[in-house]
Every structure is written in C-alpha cells, then in structure tokens.
Design a protein around this ligand. Structure first.
Ligand code: UD1
Ligand code: CA
Length: 454
C-alpha cells in the first residue's frame, strides 16, 4: 500500500515557533510516532506532506535517516489539496492510506483492520462515535451505508447532532482517489478543498464506503493545542504504566511515571514515584528505583538499588550496586558489581571495579578504579587542566583519605593509602602511605585579638 501523512497544517493553537508535528509526545515528535506506525505496516511508498516549518520537518526526517518521499504543500488549501501534492508519488495498483501527522497514537492493529475492511476497491474510513463531536466531520449514513461526510461549518442542525465522526484517517483505491481529487471544488464554508468530499464522489461512482473503528477513542485524538498534547501524554503514559504492571513491574503509582523511550524490565523490578526514563533503559531482575530519579540510556544490573533523587545518563550500573541518594552518573560511567556511590558523588567517563565505594561528596572523572577501593569524602580527580583531560588510575584495595585532590595524570598503586587532605601530583607507590600536608603547629602564648574601643 501507499501511505500519505498530512503534516502541513500550521497548528496556530500550539502558540509555538515549532511546527505542530514536531512537538514531542513521550519524548518523540508527533510525526515520528506516525511514521513509526506507518513503517510497521511495510508500505511500498510513504509520502509526508509538509508546509509550515518545512525546513524543520525535513531536518527531522534527515536526522532519522528516513528514506521517505516528501511534498511541499504551499499554500495550504485543505486536506484534499494536501493529498493532491502526494499523487505523483503513489502507486496506482495498491490502495492509499491517509494518516495525519498530528494524530500520534493510532495503533497498527487498528489501521490494519481499516485496510482489510476496505480491501482493494472500497473506500474505508476510520470513524468513532463521540459524546462531543463538535468541530469534526460527521458521518452521514443512509440505510446504514455511508453516503457523505459533512463538516461542522457546513452541516445542518440535524447533521451536527450526529455523533459518529470522521477521524480523518482513510484508505482509498489509488486510481479512483486521483480522479476524485481532480474533481474537488472548494465551494464550501471554509473555501477549502475537502478530502472528505471524495466520499460522496465514491458513492456517485458506485464504490462502496466502509468504516472501521479503533479499539479506543484516544487512537484518533489529534493534537491542536498544548492542552490536548498534555492530555494525550497522560493517556499514553497511563498505557505504558499499565503495560509495565501487566508484565509484573511494581509501580508505586502508575500515574507518576514517565517513560520517554523504551524501558525494559526484568522480574521483580520496583519503581517509586516521580521517575523519568528516557531513551533505552534496561532494569534487570530485582532492581529498585527510588523516587524522583531520572535515568537516560542506561543499564542497571540485577539487584542494584538506586536510592531517591539520582540522575543517571549513558551509564552501566553493576549487579547489587547501591547508588544515591543524590548521585549523578554521567556518560561513560561503568560500575561493576557491588559498587557504592553515595550522596553528592558525580562520576563521569570512569570505570569502577567490584566492591569499591565512593560514598560522599566526590568528583570522579576520567578515572580507572580497581576493586575494593575506598574513596573518602570530598575526593576530587583534577582531570582537566583547562585544555586537556587526563586520567587518574587507582589500583585495587587503595584507600583514598578524605579531601584528596588527585592531579591527573596520576596513579595510586595497589593497596596504597593516601592521607587525608593530600594534593597528589606524583604517583603514589603501592602498599605505602603517601600524604602531602603542611605540618601541624600549635602556637604557644597566642591570644585572640580584642576589639579596640573607639
Ligand atoms: C479534518 C476533516 C474532518 C475530521 C477532522 C479530524 C476535512 C475537510 N475535514 O478536519 O472531517 O473530523 O479532520 O481531525 O478533511 N492539513 C494539511 N494541509 C491542509 C490542511 C490540513 O496538511 O491544507 C493537515 C493538518 O496538518 C492536519 C490534518 O491535515 O494534520 C487535519 O487538518 P485540520 O485542519 O486539523 O482538520 P479539519 O480540516 O479541521
Ligand atoms: Ca484537527
């Protein structure tokens, strides 16, 4: 089949410089949701109609590496006019499915059902019966058969009372679609070329018009405003949360989790309130995520505990490790098994081997840390001289005293001890105590200054 995605509308009600179809839902542009669903139907041809904010739409397609046909609709003279722009791209021998770039949550199963209902030679319309049909095209039936679609602004009072509405999503036999579109007029209340007018033309040609319904109303909900975008985001997040619960994940509150990407969970994973997951995140068996953590493109191994208020991005956390509260793991962090990273510790581009601990107030950047290392409070790797980044190596079983600065490049040998307060500028040999510290003195006979009376 051919798929045409209409994405030229300006979306004035979004009150934004960003074209409507590029606004994100669950972290992904609306248009990308529609393209991904379309792709899952393996169409022979896929064409995106763009207009407003065209350059930004083309940028998105390029960034995604999309091989899609595109057609510019300028000016925008209605949905029928929009589909006309795609006609040169379409294969006449297969039907054409028309989707909207601002209707992001239609499922592939629903679209399949519509396409199957229409077959090769009928016109198919995705319709729903809505309590409040205001503003939408109404489905006009005679003896149960669809004979026309009438827009809100063109309808009689009796027609506007009809609750079955046009979702906008249609599938049509392509050769006929081309003929019908060529004969559209804009003689209506909005002076637009209505795609919906092809229904009456199909009926005139003796082509049967069939309908299919989605499983849920949100599948055909479009985004015209930030209010509708926010509502759809909640519905979508609710669906994701439900799917996680069904797979056995414990959620403290399914209404307080946000997944903006793909979250893969093992058995007995539990997630407290207010967590955000972005990109691809894997939580292995028994992982527990504390409240208000943000986890981006990360892998957390079995049994690890992430305490509240952690920020973890492009990092790997080893099995049975304990992170946080208030820890930050930045890109390139790789923690082995049973590593402890405590409050106000930042780790970047560093490997930390099994059973090592950095429990308080530290910065570990560009470091390779062995196993069973203890990093005292306030330890800082000075990895940046203002121009270049250098590495710090801390070998197995080393003990780094509190408030140590490690001036990279520098190595702390196996089993070495660094005294508290050391500024380490040369390598510390294995097994020995190294410290740099001014000697402590006590001044006899010293008295505190007293305030001089004026
Ligand atoms: C259209 C339907 C209406 C249906 C409703 C569902 C027509 C005439 N009416 O209403 O029956 O109930 O959708 O939401 O088709 N677009 C373009 N170019 C244009 C105009 C629109 O690409 O010139 C795109 C928009 O970006 C949007 C979609 O088509 O993705 C629908 O446009 P919109 O103006 O929201 O729909 P209506 O015409 O109000
Ligand atoms: Ca609309």
């Amino acid at each position: 089949m051919n798929v045409v995605i209409l994405a030229a509308g300006m979306g004035k009600r979004m009150q934004s410089a960003l074209p409507k179809v590029l606004h994100p839902l669950a972290g992904k542009p609306l248009l990308s949701h529609v393209i991904d669903t379309a792709r899952s139907l393996s169409p022979g041809r896929l064409c995106v109609i763009y207009g407003h904010g065209g350059a930004a739409v083309l940028d998105l397609l390029a960034k995604r590496g999309e091989v899609v046909a595109t057609a510019l609709q300028e000016p925008q003279l209605g949905t029928g006019h929009a589909v006309m722009q795609a006609l040169p791209e379409l294969d006449d021998n297969v039907p054409t499915l028309i989707l909207y770039g601002d209707v992001p949550l239609t499922t592939a199963a629903t679209l399949r059902r519509l396409v199957d209902a229409a077959g090769d030679d009928q016109l198919g319309i995705l319709t729903v019966v809505q309590d409040d049909p205001f503003g939408l095209g109404r489905i006009i039936r005679e003896n149960g058969e669809i004979v026309a679609i009438v827009e809100e602004k063109d309808g009689s009072e009796a027609q506007r009372a009809i609750q079955e509405i046009n979702s906008g999503i249609m599938v049509a036999p392509t050769a006929q679609l081309k003929r019908w579109l060529a004969s559209l007029s804009n003689n209506n209340a909005q002076g637009e070329y209505y795609l919906t007018d092809i229904v009456a033309k199909a009926v005139g040609d003796g082509v049967r018009v069939v309908s299919a319904q989605p499983d849920a109303q949100w599948e055909v909900a479009g985004v015209n405003s930030k209010v509708q975008l926010a509502q759809l985001e909640r519905i979508h997040q609710g669906n994701i949360a439900l799917a996680l619960l069904e797979r056995g994940v414990t959620l403290a509150d399914p209404a307080r989790i946000d997944v903006r990407g793909e979250l893969v969970c093992g058995r007995d994973v539990s997630i407290d309130v207010g967590c955000v997951f972005e990109g691809k995140v894997e939580l292995a068996d028994g992982v527990s995520i504390g409240a208000h953590s943000v986890i981006v493109n990360a892998r957390i191994a079995a049994g690890a505990v992430i305490k509240p208020f952690c920020h973890i991005e492009q990092a790997v956390v080893g099995a049975a490790s304990v992170i946080g509260p208030y820890a930050r793991l930045r890109p390139g962090t790789e923690l082995a098994e049973d590593v402890h990273v405590g409050n106000f510790v930042e780790v970047k581009n560093s490997q930390i081997a099994a059973h090592s601990k950095a429990n308080h107030l530290s910065y570990i950047g560009d470091a390779t840390i062995g196993s069973r290392v203890n990093i005292g409070a306030g330890t800082i790797t000075c990895n940046y001289d203002g121009v270049n980044k250098s590495r710090t190596v801390i070998e197995d079983e080393a003990f780094i005293g509190s408030d140590t600065q490690l001036i990279a490049p520098v190595t702390v040998g196996r089993g070495a001890t660094i005294g508290a307060g050391t500024t380490l500028s040369k390598d510390a040999p294995a097994g020995k105590l190294t410290l740099s510290r001014a000697r402590q003195v006590t001044v006899d006979g010293w008295t505190r200054p007293v305030k001089i009376k004026q």
